[in-house]
Design a protein. Sequence first.
Length: 188
Amino acid sequence: MADFAANFTARYKLRYSSLGHVHTQQWRIARGAGATGLSSMILKVAAYLNTLTTARWTDFTLLSATYAPEDSDVFLAAGLPAGVAAGTLVIPANPISQSVAAASFVGRSLAGQKARMFQYGTGLEPEENTGIGDNWRITSAEAATILNAVAILNNGSPAIVASDGNNAVWYGYANLKYNDYWLRRVRA
């Protein structure tokens, strides 16, 4: 399988903070989508984040956004998703340990390239969600939040693409994990 340059697709990057850490999330847009693709992606990101409202901590804050068209490594300021509801999940009793937890949405492009996106600032792990399985994976059958988030990722325009430029098909679950990088930073 061929490797693709990081700038093969257009990219929208969203910076946000939660529980004392700043994170960046990258959304890939198909080649040739231009300004219309960017505007539509910003709306899609807002819809996705709103599906996670009840799973996001109350301090979840959008900081900035940038955009780079395909074949460019220059990221310029872009609009933040508008109308994103504040998170409703009360700050946890152990905010330091919870701050390093991430949900990983995974999928594959139509040509087989892996796609994944990490979401920090949520209380989706088993310690917070006693109604889900204790296997560090939360499925769309276990939580409407995941069902709705995956539906946003898989549907609507523009399609989210993998690094090969082909539409990504997202699986009906999110893997949960304490992130090793952030765990090392907390221990330091």
